[in-house]
Design a protein around this ligand. Structure first.
Ligand code: ATP
Length: 228
């Protein structure tokens, strides 16, 4: 995909849970190879919008256009599998190569290399054989980010995926995400912490399901918020 071209366009997108409108008439263009922070308070619609971008939720109204048909990689704050399955850090990242159903087939040399490189980049290689459920929240989050990256999708979606990271861990993930977008991947990171947006190319602020503010890296408004 060409960097600088639209990776995703949303036009008048809305989503409702029964009578509750969670995303309300959102129009947005996300440029390929950019790092976008989706910010807003609890219940502002970040996860729902991410679910729409992931293709997991069908909007009630509006249109979403993606430049490619690749399946997006999505990283959540926590993994239920981490609590239930006897997964090592290495296994968990390997899921990103195969999908959960093919977890226990042998890794090809290329997959092993990708898993190893990601563990090194995220500085979790010393934890490779540890059970995920025995790790700290921040160590688990680094592993889940590595799992998302292992998928090598052109669209990486993060849902509060760095909330437990300390300053050093956040700096590592910021750097890895920056490298990832430089390689052409589009990254959308939903977070309620505004400071997580400081390295993003674009910050999209949601309130009550609406885009209320969009800023580019230099701090200038680039898209007018949707009118009420
Ligand atoms: N499964 C659901 N059923 C009913 N309402 C829901 C459901 N999921 C979310 N909502 C509602 O939709 C709105 C947006 O929720 P969403 O989870 O998208 O927000 P968010 O910004 O991700 O919040 P948080 O930061 O708390 O995770 C909220 O009012 C929420 O109560």
């Amino acid at each position: 995909m060409n960097q600088g071209q639209p990776a995703i366009s949303m036009e008048g997108v809305s989503y409702r849970y029964g009578a509750q409108t969670a995303v309300d008439d959102v129009s947005l263009t996300i440029v390929a190879g950019s790092l976008v922070a989706l910010v807003g308070g609890n219940g502002s619609g970040k996860s729902t919008l991410l679910g729409i971008l992931a293709g997991l939720l069908d909007p009630a109204a509006g249109a979403v256009t993606r430049a490619t048909a690749q399946r997006p990689a999505i990283v959540f704050q926590r993994s239920a599998a981490a609590d239930e399955l006897p997964l090592t850090v290495k296994d968990c990242i390997a899921i990103g190569r195969f999908g959960p159903r093919r977890l226990f087939r042998p890794l090809a040399a290329t997959d092993r290399r990708i898993v190893q490189e990601l563990m090194e980049r995220l500085e979790i290689d010393h934890l490779a054989r540890r059970q995920l459920r025995d790790l700290s929240g921040g160590q688990q989050q680094r592993t889940l980010v590595a799992q998302g990256l292992a998928q090598q999708s052109d669209l990486l979606l993060l849902d509060e995926a760095t909330s437990a990271l300390d300053v050093a861990g956040q700096a590592i993930v910021d750097e890895v995400l920056r490298e990832t977008t430089a390689g052409g991947t589009t990254v959308v990171h939903a977070t309620h912490r505004r400071r997580d947006a400081q390295h993003s190319d674009q910050t999209v602020e949601l309130a009550h399901g609406r885009v209320v503010h969009v800023e580019d890296r230099a701090g200038t408004d680039v898209i007018r918020p949707t009118r009420r």
